[in-house]
Design a protein around this ligand. Sequence first.
Ligand SMILES: N[C@@H](CCC(=O)N[C@@H](CS)C(=O)NCC(=O)O)C(=O)O
Length: 198
Amino acid sequence: MKLFYSDASPYARCVRIFIQYYKVTEIDEVVVDPFANEEVFLRSNPLGKVPCLSLNDGSSLYDSEVIMRFVDAKYGDAELFGEQYDDWTNQCHFSLLKGMLDSAVALRQEQLRAEEGLRSDFWTARFEQALLRGLKQVEQLGLVNYQKLTAQQVILVCLLDYLDFRHPQLLWRNLVPALEIWHKKIAIKPIFTMTSPH
Ligand SMILES: N[C@@H](CCC(=O)N[C@@H](CS)C(=O)NCC(=O)O)C(=O)O
């Protein structure tokens, strides 16, 4: 199997952490620039987005959540997603974090539009506010209190590192001190540092 990814993509990073966690050796990681529109990549994912997992039978899996669930089910008996299958509240917490990743990436796209003179103050503020409200909510929910690693914690590390990488101006640590303490301890573990965004 082949995982198309880019080093900067927080979605692809989540998948790569799952792969590391289960020490999967059957998946080769292939760097791709999604904006280069390479034929072989677009044939695997018509959306042109990373991550995309090309399976041995020629079919593909996307988006990141589907690939994460696939890896979790195939190699770990759904250990990282745990009880979420029939726990709608838990599912919603995952959606909250995934939505925050969407806001963080959309905020980055707004920054890039500045170069074309197209950056919108309205959308910039809207994405920032969604992120700040979401962080508060994540802290209150106590998602970091589980001792055993969860899918939600994986996505949270990817989100916080991505904020440091692309949006240091957000100063998220001032807003959510409990998340800062947790992040400081967990983000230095090899399973996370191996895929730090760059
Ligand atoms: N919902 C998708 C989002 C993936 C995504 O937006 N990836 C970005 C990189 S961070 C990308 O490939 N962008 C290229 C594009 O939007 O055309 C997922 O969870 O995998």
